[in-house]
Design a binder for this molecule. Structure first.
Ligand code: ADP
Ligand code: MG
Length: 167
């Protein structure tokens, strides 16, 4: 398991982080996202979607629970974007047949994913977003599970590269 945190200072930075993060994702990956309303979960997903080059505008699937974004180019992965805030736990998730959707070839990101954790695979990547001291500050804490530490390291090296270029 590998855990580390990154601070962002604007929505753009959070989106850029999402774009970088996408480069270590593979088919069937499930990302469990937590963070209260306005934390920046949807903003981050927007960056992932841009990097994956999928169709459609990213917005919180608050009422429909799931937005499937098909790839805009051949040989790319679709994005399953969930917001399960309104679901009644893991059983509800399974009753909707959602556990099978996430296992199809694609990338799945789940806002409020801790509410359905029992229905998700054991090896999810976790992202917890919390508010910083200033209005536009956010702390993004990534957890890469056992077996995915290498991807976590790769992501961290990409982040370090960006930090160095800024200086
Ligand atoms: N560093 C930041 N990262 C992401 N969003 C930020 C940041 N600073 C301010 N914001 C604002 O916070 C809000 C995040 O909204 P959104 O991504 O929809 O959150 P969530 O999906 O977690 O409810 C947006 O209004 C965005 O402009
Ligand atoms: Mg949202």
């Amino acid at each position: 398991m590998l855990v580390f945190s990154v601070m962002t200072h604007s929505p753009d930075e959070t989106r850029e982080l999402g774009k970088l993060f996408a480069s270590v994702l593979r088919a069937r990956d499930v990302v469990l996202m937590t963070g209260s309303l306005g934390a920046g979960k949807t903003c981050f997903v927007g960056g992932v979607a841009e990097a994956l080059r999928v169709k459609g505008h990213v917005s919180s699937p608050t009422f429909t629970l799931l937005h499937v974004h098909e790839p805009a180019e051949e040989n790319r992965l679709p994005l399953n974007h969930f917001d399960v805030y309104r679901l009644d736990g893991a059983d509800d998730f399974i009753d909707h047949g959602f556990d099978e959707i996430s296992y199809q070839d694609g990338i799945t990101l789940i806002e409020w994913g801790d509410r359905v954790r029992e229905a998700l695979p054991d090896d999810v990547i976790e992202l917890a977003i919390t508010f910083g001291d200033d209005d536009d500050e956010r702390v993004l804490r990534f957890l890469f599970p056992k077996g995915r530490e290498n991807d976590g390291e790769k992501f961290r090296r990409l982040l370090d590269g960006i930090e160095r270029r800024k200086r």
